[in-house]
Design a protein. Structure first.
Lengths: 236, 612, 111
C-alpha cells in the first residue's frame, strides 16, 4: 500500500515510479509480500482460464444454428404466483457481494490486529460462500429437474447445458475451495496463529496477517469472476 | 532486517539512485549497495533421507529430480521415435507395428518430447537449479510448493505412461489431439487413452503452475542486493519469460483438455459437430472442432517459445563464457526475449492455415508471424557477433553452441517459408513441416541442453565430463541429426505426407524409399549416440577430473558459492552482493580475463570496465 | 519470508471507503438486474450490461483488491496480459461469425 518505506530507496509515483521500481535491485514490487505477489500472478493465470472458458462459450453460442434459450426465462422463479426473472441469480449475486464486503473488512481488521473482528468477519464470509454454493446446488437441481443435461437441453441448443454446468461448476469449485480455506483461516485467526507467528501445518512458514489479505484477494477474484458470468451467461 | 547485513548500515547513501558506485577514481561510497529489503529466508532443513532426497524442498535437488524424470520420459520418446523410423524406413520388418501402434507412437512421441521432456527439463530442471543460484537467492521462495510441483509432475508422467497399459492403449490422435477424431471410435485409444492423456495434462499444468509461480516470484522479489533485472544472466531472462508464457498459455490447454474430457465422458458437444458415421447420425451435434484448435494453439504456439526462450538464454551465457567476451547487445537480447514472448500470443493460428478457419485470419497471422522473425534474427546476429574476435575455447560446450546456431538458423529459415500462407498451403502436412519443427524446436534446444549439461555438470557434481566422449557425442549427434532432417526437406518438397503409416507403392515417391531407409539408419545411430552421454555421466561421477571452484572462470553468481557443489541455502553465512552484470569478460586493464559479479568497483577502479 | 521488512501497517484505509464501495456494488448489481427486468434489447442491452459489468469489476479490483493503492509496477504487470485475451476475443468473434455463415450457407441455404 501507499505508505511503505524502504531504507535507502525513494519512491516515485506513477509511471516514473514503475520504471524505477522495475530497474531497481532486489524486488520489483516494492514492499509486496512474496505470498501476495504469488497470489496476484496466480490470479492472472486463473483469469486466463476463466477467459478461455468464456471465450469458448462465446464461440460455441455464436456458431450454433439452433436457437439459444432465453436465460431470463430459464433462470426465472415462480414466486407467490408471479414469474420473476433471474430472481435466484440476483439473490446469489447479492450474497456473493455481501461476502466480498465482509472479506474486505476482515482484511482491514486483520492489519489492525483486531483478532476478534477479523475472525468473525472471515466466518461471516465463509457462511456467505456456503450459502452461495447451496443456492447454486438448488439451481442445478432445478435445471436438472427441468430436463437440462450437459448433453441435452429441452429449451434449445444442447451447448447451453454443457457450458452452463461446466462454467458454473468450475466457478462453484473455486467458491467451495475458498469456503474451506475461509473456515481454516477463521480457526487460525481465533486461535491466534497470526499474532504468534505460528508455523503452518504443511509449509512450515510462519503465520502473518498478510495471509488474510492473500486469501481475500482470492475471494474477491471469485466475486469478480461471478460479475462476468452474471453478465455474459445470465444477462446476455 | 537480518543481522547479516548490519555492517552496511553505517554507510550512508548519497542519493537514492545509487545501487552501485561508478565513475572513475576511488570514492568512499563507490561500493555502496542498498541494504536488504527482505529479511533472511526461513528455510526448512531436512534431516532424514526422505526429506533430504525424496520429498525435498531444496530447489537444487528438485531441479535434479526434474532433470532425471524428464530425461527418463525423453528416453521413452526416443525409443518411440526409433519404432516409428523402423516402420517408415523398413515397412513390414517389424510385424508388431500395426497402423494403430504407429499412430499411438507418433502421438506419445510428440507429447512426451514437447511437454514432458523439453518443458519439464528446461523450466523444471534448469529453472529450479539455476534461478536461485543466478539471482543470489537461498532457495525458491516457496520451497514446499516447489516440492509439490515436482510430485505433481511425477504423477502426471505416471498417468501418461499408464495409458500404455489400459484397454485400447494410448491415444493415437496425433500430439495435437484434434477432436472429433480423438474421441471417436476408430481412432486408437479413443476411450481410455485420450482420457488419461487429458488427466495427465491437467496434472502437469497444475504442477507446473506451482513451480512457475515459484520461478516468477523468485526472480521478481527475491534477488540479492545489487541484482537488478538488467544484471541478470540471460539464462534467467529466458527461463523467466518462458515461465510467464507458460503461466498464461497453459490455461488454454487446461480448458481444452477439460472440455474434451467432458465430450468424451459426459457426451457433451463442445467440440463435436453433427457427425454422420456409416450412414447414421451420432449423438453429438452443434459443437465447434475449430474451437479446440484455437484453444490448443493459443497454448501451442507460446509452448514453442517456452521451449525456445530458455534455450536462447542458456546459449547466450555459454557462448559468452566460452568465447571470453561479453554478450553482444545484452539489452537488445533481453528486449528480444521479452518481445518474442509477447508476440508469441498473437501468432497461434499460423498452425491452422489449412484448418478451414476464417480465411481473413491468414492475413493477420502471417503478418505477426513474420514480425516475430525480427527479434529472433537479432538474437542470431548477436550470438555471431559475440563469437566475432572472441578468445574462443573450442571445447565440447562451444561445439554444442555452434551446432545450435547452425541448426537454429536452418530451422528458422524454413519457418519463414511456412509462415507465409501461400507457401504453407502446399507444404502443409508434408515432411517439410516435420523437418522444420524438429530442426527448430527439437534438435536446436536439444543441443542447448547438451551444451548446458557439459557446462554445468562441474557445478552440480564437482567433476568435469570427459571431453573426448563429449566430442564423439557431439559429432555423431550433429552430423546424424542433419542426416535425418536435411533429406526430410526434400521429401516434403516432393510431397510425401506426414503421419502416413506406410507409402505402399506410390510411384511418385519412389525416390523416397531409399531416402527413408537412410534417414532411419541415421536415426538409429543418433539415438544410440545419446547413450554416450549417460555413460559419460556415470563414468565421470566415479573417475572424472575434479572441477574445483569456478572451473570455467565465469562471472555469474552460480559459480561463486562457498562450496562446490552448493549446499542447501546456497551461500553459507551471507548472501552475495552484486556490483555488475554477468558478462565482464576480457576487460582491458583487469588482472584476469573475467570480473565476477561480486567484485566491488573499488577493486577494478583502474580498468576500463563499464558501469552496468 | 516471514520477516519481510514489514512496514507497520498502521494506517489501513478508513472503513467508510469499503462501505461506500460495498453500497455502490449493490446499486450497480441492482441496475444490471433492472436491464433484464425491463427487457431492454439489442445494442442498448449490450452496452448497459458491459458498462455495469466493467464498472463493478473495476470497483472490486481497485478497492477491495487494493489495486488502486498498489504501485504501477504491479498494476501494469497484471493488466497488460489482458491484451492477449482481448485479441483472442476479437478473433473468436470473427471466427464464430464465419462458422455460422458457413453453417447457414451449406446446411440451410445450400443443403
Amino acid at each position: 500500500m501507499s505508505d511503505i518505506k524502504i531504507e535507502g530507496y525513494e519512491f516515485k509515483p506513477g509511471f516514473k515510479g514503475m520504471a524505477k521500481d522495475t530497474g531497481s535491485d532486489q524486488t520489483m514490487f516494492k514492499g509486496v509480500h512474496w505470498g501476495k505477489a504469488m497470489m496476484w500472478i496466480f490470479l492472472l493465470s486463473d483469469t486466463f482460464i476463466f477467459s478461455c472458458f468464456l471465450i469458448s462459450y462465446m464461440k460455441g453460442r455464436g456458431s450454433t444454428i439452433i436457437d439459444w434459450p432465453n436465460p431470463s426465462e430459464v433462470f426465472g422463479l415462480h414466486v407467490f404466483g408471479v414469474d420473476v426473472p433471474l430472481l435466484l441469480i440476483a439473490i446469489m449475486t447479492f450474497v456473493l457481494i455481501t461476502s466480498s464486503g465482509t472479506m474486505a473488512l476482515a482484511v482491514k481488521y486483520g492489519y489492525e490486529k483486531n483478532k476478534k473482528m477479523c475472525g468473525w468477519l472471515i466466518l461471516a464470509t465463509a457462511i456467505g460462500g456456503l450459502t452461495f454454493v447451496g443456492m447454486q446446488a438448488f439451481e442445478w437441481g432445478k435445471l436438472i429437474h427441468e430436463g437440462v443435461r450437459p448433453w441435452e437441453n429441452p429449451f434449445g441448443a444442447p451447448q447451453f447445458g454443457s457450458f452452463f454446468f461446466m462454467i458454473t461448476g468450475f466457478h462453484g469449485t473455486h467458491v467451495s475451495i475458498g469456503v474451506i480455506f475461509l473456515f481454516i483461516y477463521a480457526y487460525k485467526t481465533f486461535a491466534g496463529h497470526y499474532d504468534e507467528g505460528k508455523r503452518g501445518w504443511f509449509t512450515t512458514m510462519k503465520g502473518d496477517y498478510v495471509e488474510i489479505e492473500i486469501l481475500g484477494l482470492y475471494w474477491h477474484f471469485v466475486d469478480l469472476v461471478w460479475v462476468f458470468i452474471f453478465a455474459f451467461f445470465y444477462l446476455w | 532486517m537480518s543481522e547479516d547485513f548490519s555492517d552496511n548500515k553505517t554507510i550512508q547513501a548519497q542519493s537514492s539512485e545509487t545501487i552501485s558506485g561508478g565513475g572513475s577514481g576511488i570514492t568512499p561510497d563507490m561500493d555502496y549497495v542498498r541494504p536488504a529489503e527482505v529479511g533472511e529466508q526461513d528455510l526448512y532443513h531436512g534431516h532424514s533421507f526422505i526429506t533430504k532426497w525424496i520429498f525435498c524442498q531444496d530447489a537444487k535437488v528438485i531441479g535434479v529430480q526434474y532433470f532425471l524424470l524428464a530425461t527418463f520420459t525423453g528416453i521413452i520418446g526416443l525409443i518411440l521415435s526409433w519404432l516409428m523410423r523402423l516402420q517408415l524406413g523398413f515397412p513390414g520388418l517389424a510385424p508388431f507395428m500395426t497402423a494403430e501402434h504407429y499412430y499411438q507412437f507418433v502421438t506419445m512421441h510428440g507429447m512426451i518430447m514437447v511437454v514432458y521432456f523439453l518443458t519439464a527439463l528446461f523450466l523444471g530442471g534448469f529453472g529450479n537449479y539455476l534461478i536461485p543460484l543466478m539471482v543470489g537467492a537461498r532457495d525458491m521462495v516457496f520451497p514446499y510448493l516447489n516440492m509439490v510441483s515436482f510430485w505433481s509432475f511425477f504423477v502426471a508422467v505416471a498417468v501418461l505412461l499408464a495409458s500404455f497399459f489400459v484397454p485400447g492403449g494410448p491415444t493415437g490422435s496425433g500430439w495435437t489431439l484434434y477432436p472429433p477424431q480423438a474421441i471417436l471410435e476408430g481412432t486408437p485409444g479413443s476411450g481410455w487413452g485420450i482420457m488419461l492423456m487429458c488427466i495427465s495434462l491437467i496434472l502437469f499444468v497444475a504442477g507446473f503452475t506451482m513451480g512457475g509461480l515459484n520461478y516468477l516470484i523468485t526472480v521478481l522479489q527475491a534477488r540479492t542486493r545489487g541484482m537488478t533485472l538488467m544484471r541478470m544472466p540471460l539464462t534467467v531472462w529466458g527461463i523467466f519469460t518462458a515461465t510467464v508464457l507458460a503461466m498464461l498459455a497453459f490455461p488454454a490447454l487446461l480448458v481444452g483438455a477439460l472440455m474434451m474430457s467432458l465430450d468424451n465422458v459426459l457426451g457433451t458437444s463442445f467440440f463435436m459437430p453433427t457427425i454422420l458415421k456409416a450412414g447414421e447420425v451420432l449423438e453429438y451435434g452443434g459443437g465447434s472442432p475449430i474451437l479446440f484448435q484455437h484453444l490448443f494453439w493459443f497454448f501451442g504456439h507460446p509452448e514453442v517459445y517456452i521451449v525456445a526462450l530458455p534455450a536462447f538464454g542458456i546459449i547466450s551465457d555459454l557462448i559468452s563464457v566460452h568465447a571470453r567476451k561479453n554478450i553482444f547487445g545484452y539489452r537488445m537480447m533481453v528486449w528480444a526475449i521479452v518481445g518474442i514472448g509477447a508476440l508469441s500470443f498473437f501468432v497461434w493460428a499460423h498452425h491452422m492455415y489449412v484448418s478451414g478457419m476464417n480465411p481473413w485470419f491468414g492475413f493477420f497471422f502471417a503478418t505477426t508471424t513474420l514480425i516475430i522473425a525480427v527479434p529472433t534474427a537479432m538474437k542470431v546476429y548477436n550470438w555471431i557477433l559475440t563469437l566475432w574476435r572472441g578468445n574462443i575455447r573450442l571445447n565440447t560446450v562451444m561445439l554444442w553452441c555452434l551446432g545450435f546456431i547452425v541448426t537454429f538458423v536452418n530451422g528458422g529459415i524454413t519457418g519463414i517459408f511456412l509462415g507465409n500462407v501461400s507457401v504453407d498451403v502446399p507444404l502443409s502436412d508434408t515432411y517439410f513441416v516435420i523437418a522444420h519443427f524438429h530442426m527448430v524446436m527439437g534438435i536446436a534446444p536439444l543441443m542447448v541442453i547438451m551444451g548446458a549439461v557439459y557446462h554445468w555438470f562441474p557445478l552440480v557434481a564437482g567433476r568435469f565430463l570427459d571431453e573426448k566422449l563429449g566430442k564423439w557425442h557431439f559429432w555423431l549427434t550433429f552430423l546424424g541429426a542433419y542426416s535425418i532432417y536435411f533429406p526430410m526437406h526434400y521429401l516434403g518438397f516432393i510431397g510425401v505426407p506426414r503421419r502416413y503409416f506406410e507409402m505402399y507403392d506410390s510411384p511418385y515417391v519412389a525416390s523416397a524409399v531409399g531416402m527413408n531407409e537412410f534417414i532411419s539408419l541415421a536415426a538409429f545411430i543418433v539415438g544410440a549416440a545419446q547413450f554416450i552421454l549417460i555413460y559419460n555421466i556415470i563414468k565421470t561421477l566415479k573417475t572424472g577430473k575434479p572441477a574445483g571452484h569456478n572451473p570455467w572462470q565465469a562471472c555469474s553468481l552460480e559459480w561463486l558459492t562457498p562450496t562446490v557443489p552448493p549446499e542447501h541455502g546456497n551461500w553459507g553465512d551471507r548472501l552475495p552482493t552484486v556490483h555488475r552484470w554477468a558478462y565482464d569478460y576480457s576487460v582491458p586493464g583487469a588482472k584476469e580475463d573475467f570480473i565476477t559479479q561480486t567484485t566491488p568497483p573499488s577493486e577494478v577502479a583502474h580498468t576500463k570496465v563499464e558501469k552496468t | 519470508m516471514d520477516k519481510t521488512k514489514k512496514q507497520e501497517q498502521t494506517s489501513t484505509h478508513k472503513i467508510g471507503i469499503y462501505l461506500w464501495i460495498w453500497g455502490l456494488l449493490f446499486v450497480l448489481s441492482f441496475f444490471s438486474y433492472m436491464v433484464d427486468w425491463y427487457q431492454f434489447q439489442g445494442m442498448l442491452r449490450w452496452s448497459l450490461i458491459l458498462f455495469f459489468m466493467f464498472l463493478k469489476a473495476g470497483l472490486i479490483m481497485a478497492f477491495f483488491m487494493h489495486l488502486y493503492w498498489e504501485r504501477y509496477a504491479l498494476v501494469n504487470v497484471l493488466l497488460w496480459p489482458m491484451t492477449a485475451i482481448a485479441c483472442f476475443i476479437f478473433l473468436m468473434v470473427a471466427e464464430f461469425e464465419y462458422t455460422v455463415f458457413t453453417r447457414f450457407f451449406y446446411f440451410v441455404v445450400g443443403g
